[in-house]
Design a protein around this ligand. Structure first.
Ligand code: TXA
Ligand code: MG
Length: 309
């Protein structure tokens, strides 16, 4: 049976004992394990039914811990960390041997992130270990932003969910890679390309298609109901006899508010008695880029003619 708990002692005990525990972060909930224990990490892949080629982000307490787990860390990492860590950004850096290969899916590089959620930070402090954690959803499902979401995704598959309230940001960290040719974004996330460029004083040549993160599969964040894009919600007027859920952001004041509600709105619609979901992309700038990236992976494409009648 899966229990929602509020005390970190149980979470710490479980992690140190080699078990997996769902933990709150400021972005989305993660499914955590001791990042130094290959057997514990394996349990994450099993519970999520996640393919082994999709590496896990390692969460550490402070930037000063980076050197324990990585080497040859570029200056740009420290520049970015000074501004954005703790927070929603993950750095791809050369791993030290201490990090088991299963964590990085065999890559020589590991993703490191310093989360800002107070409870997660306490768990890192009390346990004294780095914690690997992917989002706590079943493979390709909608990312969970509260303990109840995790229960729906992984209930019965894990023993404990540490309840830290609703995630305050709502979408995942930006994954940043550092190569000889320059800095690349492997996954768009809460910290925008423009914010990163400003700190490192260099332009990022768009989104890396070549070195795309191994886990960035085409279908992701997917609701169970089919979801389609429309250019305008007016198109929905022409649909007969079908119950349609609108993923409509027009009531939100800015992209931060959209990000905050994106996964919970999507999940709420998915649970309703409807035939399919329609949504409109948001403005493709700033945080909108990360929002649209998630919508693209959740949707099946544009509404087909036969559905719009
Ligand atoms: O905000 C977040 O990043 C959340 C919270 C829980 O920290 N975590 C998260 O993890 O979104 P996950 O596993 O759902 O997505 C991690 C992404 C994947 O696209 C994965 O391929 C990429 O980061 N990634 C992780 N380690 C990597 C590595 N060593 N090299 C390249 N990409 C990596
Ligand atoms: Mg995920």
């Amino acid at each position: 049976m899966t229990q929602i708990i509020k005390n970190i002692e149980t979470a710490v005990k479980e992690l140190l004992g080699g078990s997996i525990v769902a933990l709150p972060t400021e972005t989305v909930y993660g499914l955590g394990a001791n990042a130094l224990d290959a057997d514990a990490a394996l349990k994450i892949f099993e519970a999520k039914q996640r393919p082994r080629f999709n590496p896990l982000i390692v969460h550490v307490k402070n930037v000063t811990d980076f050197e324990k787990y990585a080497e040859d860390i570029p200056d740009d990492v420290y520049k970015l960390a000074e501004k954005f860590s703790p927070g929603p950004i993950s750095y791809i850096v050369k791993k030290k041997k201490i990090i088991p290969d299963i964590i990085t899916s065999g890559s020589k590089f590991v993703a490191l992130r310093v989360p800002s959620h107070e409870l997660f930070r306490k768990v890192l402090e009390e346990s004294g270990i780095p914690v690997c954690a992917p989002s706590a959803n079943r493979f390709s499902g909608i990312s969970p932003v509260c303990a109840e979401d995790v229960m729906k995704e992984l209930g019965g598959k894990i023993n404990y969910i540490l309840d830290g309230g609703k995630s305050v940001l709502g979408i995942e960290s930006t994954v940043v890679n550092f190569t000889e040719e320059g800095v690349e974004i492997l996954r768009n996330g809460f910290i925008t390309k423009e914010e990163i460029e400003k700190v490192i004083g260099k332009t990022i040549s768009g989104f890396s298609k070549k070195n795309i993160s191994p886990g960035m599969l085409k279908v992701h964040y997917a609701p169970e109901k089919p979801m389609y894009f429309v250019k305008s919600f007016d198109e929905v007027k022409h649909i007969n006899d079908r119950k349609i859920g609108l993923l409509d952001f027009s009531g939100y004041k800015d992209s931060r508010e959209i990000a905050l509600n994106l996964f919970s709105d999507l999940r709420n619609l998915d649970e309703m008695n409807i035939d399919f979901i329609v949504c409109k992309k948001t403005e493709e700038s700033g945080l909108g880029v990360a929002i649209n990236e998630r919508l693209e992976k959740a949707a099946k494409g544009y509404l087909p003619k036969e559905l719009s009648g």
